[in-house]
Design a protein around this ligand. Structure first.
Ligand code: PLP
Length: 401
């Protein structure tokens, strides 16, 4: 296998659709919070493949579970039963309070499913409700439905026309939300913590407005927890921290620990309006995906990871705030648990580059925000070392006050 960066890049340039602007690094191996490039260089990973490698890289328990499942049975389709899908649905029901799951393979598919189920709910009830209220700064995915509720013009414009009837309201402005939601609104969709939008949690006042708008109009609430869910914020879902009770929840990313799996979690009232054949997926919830999901949830709940995230998260928060006090280019530190954003006074790209040069992986989002989504298993000592390197990178780009 040829692995030098030049060879890999040349082959991709010929045969891979050029939709990603990749950093010039080829990773070939991982262990815990570490990634190793083709030349043996070791990196500290504060991004976990954009919030996916929840148990870190090459987690022995997950690796064993996947290998065991591969030697037993991987896939049978949803034409038949297998023992694991119901088990994962049951575990997610206990964590979310939403009794039913529909499994798919990615975050965007989970959002699509939620949007379809919201439409189906009003169709079954015989009420014409075509409007969706979404938030400015939102990111829900790249397929047509998800893109229609994603605010960024840059993502939307080349693919219009998108779904009609979507209204965007400013994040954390309760009055704007209350005036946008009416008896024509099928659903409000929001990320409890906006990820791509720059790590922006909903405020308690805005959460209260969502609750009030839904209570007054009957509109459904879809919580997109693809990035913020399954432990990332220190609780299973951030909507519970906000005191919200969604009718539909989308999950993905962390659930499979790297094996593609997504799910829409559904209230009984919505589930009762769905019929056989309304939605489906060939791969969705196959044995491999469910086995990985069960392994991740085992670690999260029985394995004590939730408490660990809370503890390490508070430590990281202190460190980041100390960094902000030292470096003038850090305007705000936002986040919770192990989901953090450093909002800078300038473009975040040079700092991300400088961090990579110091062998620590973070990324840029919303142009001026450096985002941290480390593996959930990161220890305080590992976080200290990674943040020490980020601190040095801040010095490299001239960020010291
Ligand atoms: C909140 C949220 N929803 C949906 C998605 C789409 O997920 P995927 O890329 O797995 O389709 C993302 C991806 O970043 C996300 O952050």
């Amino acid at each position: 296998m040829q692995t030098t960066v030049d060879e890999v890049q040349a082959r991709e340039a010929r045969h891979i659709l050029q939709t990603y602007r990749r950093a010039p690094i080829t990773f070939v191996r991982g262990a815990g919070v570490h990634l190793y490039d083709a030349e043996g260089g070791e990196y500290l990973d504060l991004l976990s493949g954009i919030g996916v490698a929840s148990l870190g890289h090459a987690h022995p328990g997950l690796a064993r579970a996947i290998a065991d499942q591969a030697q037993t049975l991987l896939h049978t389709s949803n034409l038949f039963y297998h023992p694991l899908q119901g088990q994962l649905g049951e575990r997610l029901a206990h964590l979310s309070g939403l009794p039913r799951a529909f499994f798919c393979n990615s975050g965007t598919e989970a959002v699509e499913a939620c949007l379809k189920f919201a439409r189906r709910y009003w169709y079954t009830r015989g009420e014409v409700r075509k409007e969706i209220v979404a938030l400015e700064g939102a990111f829900h995915g790249r397929t047509f439905g998800s893109l229609s509720v994603t605010a960024d013009e840059h993502y939307r414009a080349p693919f219009e026309p998108l779904l009609s009837g979507v209204r965007f309201v400013p994040l954390n402005e309760p009055a704007a939300l209350l005036s946008a939601v009416s008896r024509s609104t099928a659903a409000i969709i929001a990320e409890p913590v906006q990820g791509e939008g720059g790590v922006r949690p909903l405020t308690p006042a805005f959460a209260e407005a969502i609750r009030e708008a839904c209570a007054q109009t009957g509109a459904l609430f879809i919580a997109d927890e693809v990035q913020s869910g399954l432990g990332r914020t220190g609780s299973p879902f951030y909507f519970t921290t906000l005191g919200l009770k969604p009718d539909l929840v989308s999950v993905g990313k962390a659930l499979g620990g790297g094996v593609p799996v997504g799910a829409a979690l559904i209230s009984e009232a919505v589930a009762a309006t769905i019929s056989f054949g309304d939605h489906g997926s060939t791969y969705g919830g196959n044995l491999l995906a469910c086995r990985a999901g069960l392994c991740v949830l085992d670690a999260l709940v029985a394995g004590g990871l939730l408490a660990h995230i809370g503890r390490v998260g508070r430590h990281v928060e202190q460190r980041l705030k100390a960094m902000a006090a030292k470096h003038a280019i850090i305007k705000h530190v936002r986040g919770v648990g192990l989901m953090w954003g450093l909002a800078l006074t300038c473009d975040a790209a040079p700092l991300v580059q400088a961090a990579l040069a110091r062998r620590v992986i973070v990324n840029r989002t919303a142009e001026t925000v450096v985002r941290l989504l480390p593996p959930l298993i990161i220890t305080e000592a590992e976080a200290d070392e990674a943040l020490h390197r980020l601190d040095a990178a801040l010095g490299d780009v001239g960020g010291t006050a």
